[in-house]
Design a protein around this ligand. Sequence first.
Ligand code: SF4
Ligand code: SF4
Length: 197
Amino acid sequence: MDKRESLRNYLVYLNFLNSKLQKFFEAQKPYIFCKKGCGKCCKNAQFPYSEVEIRYLLYGFTQLSPEIQRKVEENIFKVKKQKEEFKGDKFYYDCPFLINDECCVYEYRGIICRAFGLNAVGADGRFKAPFCAFEGLNYSNVVDSKTGIISSEKYKESKIDVEPLVYNVSYHFLTDTDSEKAFKFEFGEKKQLIDWL
Ligand code: SF4
Ligand code: SF4
């Protein structure tokens, strides 16, 4: 498939996905505490990205001022060095595009960055509150800190009239072949963000 056409069609999918996610976040408002400058979910993680997502993200990078570009490049260099020196199994890192706790490529960010923060069903079929539920943020008002799932007791106590729901927004689901077929584009290869840079 022609790469330009694939990117164009990916943007149509992104539009569709954005409006869907916006409705989900809006519907869960009493449980969502995301704020500009939070940035906790942009740290100490892996960030899966597909080829089409990284192309869009890197286009966003070219739109930044030379000063911010330089800061991102310094971050990339730092993370790559940490990765080289890392001896363990799974390497977690801070996203190099996080500058002063804000995403410098927000409009161009990938799917994982857009969907994170909802109470979700994971690729393994398990319900999963976002990690920030344990840090006083999203769903912290209804999560059971032992099981990591929403507690019906806590929900009753909260007196919130909107139910906390579970959404199928895993990266695996949102980047499946059905979306590619419906919107006529290809995600292409998938790997960690840092491995594209
Ligand atoms: S999802 Fe959680 S960590 Fe990320 S911005 Fe929202 S509140 Fe912060
Ligand atoms: S691209 Fe932006 S939103 Fe995504 S992890 Fe990096 S800083 Fe966060």
